[in-house]
Design a protein. Structure first.
Ligand code: FAD
Length: 536
């Protein structure tokens, strides 16, 4: 099989046109093209009237060696790399203490799945509920203003990304093709096969729910255990080596290998780790608002006359502005055709985020518009970023009217520095609701100034972005973890052996795909360590 990349065809083309383009590009007779499949498909929409599809293809030809030799200098043609996942080891034949995985978000899910596939029978401990029950609790906040602190958008089976846009791409370096393993497992669990080849795959919320249940069953079928409502409240550490955990129920479980895949909102657990002497440090993250615009406006601006084409779907965008006060403002976690969702995990706090369904056919596009901040903005030690987040989340709760409504302002009013009193053409999607007013008091002054400057600048890239009626809803504070739980090359905490900080909460991933990839790497490190320990 050979890999042919960067093959461009117009958006509207026939299967025959693709066939002919391959034949032409490889300089072979049509009869020598035996078969092909699409490895990746992206688009180039820089010229709106002339959108191109760009293919990477795996092609089966007669006399492949001769074709590769003839085209040896062509950087877009070479042998197809083997992207199938190879396990690094298997289970020891002797008895071993089972590894523990704390947290069942994408990182914990993939760590547990790979451990289970290697025969290592992991024990998964998840503080929240199984995904169906969790869905009811999450809707409880959105519909009835009732927050369940252990079962919400952040906590429970599937982790933070369950009620999400389900975007499955990342900019991480992935030389071992672990991302492919993540996508392949998702497809086996029921995701659409297209996620394997479209350049910006997404699956939306409802599909994720059933996929996660299927993957949990796979882990159990392979001898793993998945336990819900099991908050890990303490770690046992002896001579800088982890020896097990204590649950909130008081139960103790022994293990010399504990994966810490707790996400960015486990503030109590961060505190416990710090108190236990596990090395943690403050790290940069971002704060801002969710912006909502009509999706049709974004589609028209990005795709022009080809807006609405089924291959293109609802358009996304990516924006950056470097403000005069030295801050960078950027769009983050953009959700085409989606809704803004209440994402708090603590009472009397308001946090925004975004989600969508697979169809992405809601009226509004939403995206976080955030400002990068560093530990210099919240001095006070490794956990100071958590206090900083809480300060602004509580403030948003007050500004929203102390009933889980979120504070909001029309973009036109925000730029003109006048309070909003009535909605215009854009209906905010945040549930339970928004309270219109002024957002200036909802974030630090430097963030407000930077966002105020950025919005008109974004309007130059997407005409209409600074439209009067678009909505800003606050506050977006959980963009990534405020701490890093530092690990060494062996993937273990730098001062606590046997503890494997992983995923977004530890500061080693940002998003579903990268958290899944990190979970795989952690599982490999745990498996190798277990095998070596058993051989001693
Ligand atoms: P998490 O998913 O946060 O999982 C951590 C798990 O650990 C949780 O289930 C939690 O309950 C559990 N836990 C915490 N403490 C304990 C404890 N002490 N004991 C037991 N269990 C514990 N990313 C994308 O790539 N694409 C998107 O479209 C996208 N949309 C998003 C939409 C929303 C609304 C949100 C909130 C996030 C979104 N993200 C998205 C981000 C993505 O969800 C996260 O990056 C990802 O889930 C991180 O994975 P993780 O496994 O590291 O942590």
């Amino acid at each position: 099989m050979l890999r042919l990349t960067d093959l461009k065809l117009p958006l509207e083309h026939t299967d025959e046109a693709l066939h002919s383009a391959i034949v032409l590009r490889l300089g072979i007779a049509a009869s020598d093209l035996l078969s092909f499949n699409v490895y990746k498909r992206s688009y180039d929409a820089r010229k709106r009237g002339h959108i191109l599809l760009i293919y990477s293809l795996d092609v089966n030809v007669s006399n492949e060696a001769a074709v590769l030799l003839r085209l040896a200098n062509d950087v877009h043609i070479g042998p197809s790399p083997d992207t199938t996942y190879q396990f690094v080891t298997d289970a020891p034949s002797e008895d071993f203490l089972r590894p523990i995985v704390i947290g069942f978000g994408p990182c914990g899910l993939f760590a547990a799945l790979i451990l289970a596939q290697m025969g290592l029978k992991p024990i998964v401990l998840e503080r929240g509920k199984a995904v169906r029950e969790r869905t009811k609790d999450t809707w409880g906040l959105w519909r009835k203003r009732v927050l369940e602190p252990e079962s919400n958008v952040q906590f429970g089976e599937g982790g933070a990304g369950t009620f999400s846009d389900g975007k499955l791409y990342s900019q991480i370096k992935d030389p071992q093709h672990h991302g492919r393993k993540v996508l392949t497992e998702f497809v086996k669990a029921g995701a659409p096969a297209e996620i394997l080849y479209v350049s910006k795959p997404h699956i939306g919320t409802f599909k994720l729910v059933t996929m996660i249940e299927q993957m949990r069953q796979n882990i159990i079928d392979l001898g793993g255990e998945v336990r819900f409502n099991q908050r890990v409240k303490d770690l046992h550490i002896e001579n800088d080596q982890v020896r097990g955990v204590t649950l909130a129920s008081g139960e103790q479980i022994r293990s010399d290998h504990v994966v810490l895949a707790i996400g960015h909102s486990a503030r109590d657990t961060f505190k416990m780790l710090h108190a236990r002497g596990v090395y943690v440090e403050a790290k940069p993250f971002s704060i801002g608002f969710r912006a909502e615009h009509p999706q049709s406006m974004i589609d028209a601006c990005r795709f022009g006359p080809q807006a609405g084409h089924p291959i293109l779907g609802a358009a996304d965008y990516k924006l950056v502005h470097h403000a005069k006060n030295g801050r960078s403002v950027y769009s983050f976690c953009m959700c085409p055709g989606g809704t803004v969702v209440a994402s708090s995990s603590e009472p009397e706090m308001v946090v925004t985020n975004g989600m969508s369904q697979y169809s992405r056919n809601e009226r509004n596009a939403n995206s976080a518009i955030v400002v990068g901040i560093t530990p210099e903005d919240y001095p006070g030690g490794p956990l100071a970023g958590i206090d900083f987040q809480r300060q602004w989340e509580s403030q948003a709760y007050l500004l929203g009217g102390s009933n889980y409504d979120a504070p909001a302002q029309l973009i036109g009013d925000f730029i003109a520095q006048r309070p909003s009193s009535a909605l215009g053409s854009v209906e905010p999607s945040y549930k339970p609701g928004v309270k219109l007013g002024e957002l200036d008091a909802s974030l630090p002054e430097y963030a407000i100034a930077a966002i105020r400057e950025a919005l008109p600048a974004f309007n130059k890239q997407i005409r209409g972005y600074a439209m009067n009626d678009a909505i800003l809803t606050g506050v977006e504070t959980r963009t990534s973890s405020p701490i890093r739980i530092k690990r060494g090359a062996d993937m273990q905490s730098i001062n606590t052996k046997g503890l494997y900080p992983a995923g977004e909460g530890a500061g080693y991933a940002g998003g579903i795909l990268s958290a899944g990839v990190d979970g795989i790497k952690i599982a490999e490190a745990v498996a190798l360590s277990l095998k070596a320990a058993a051989a001693r």
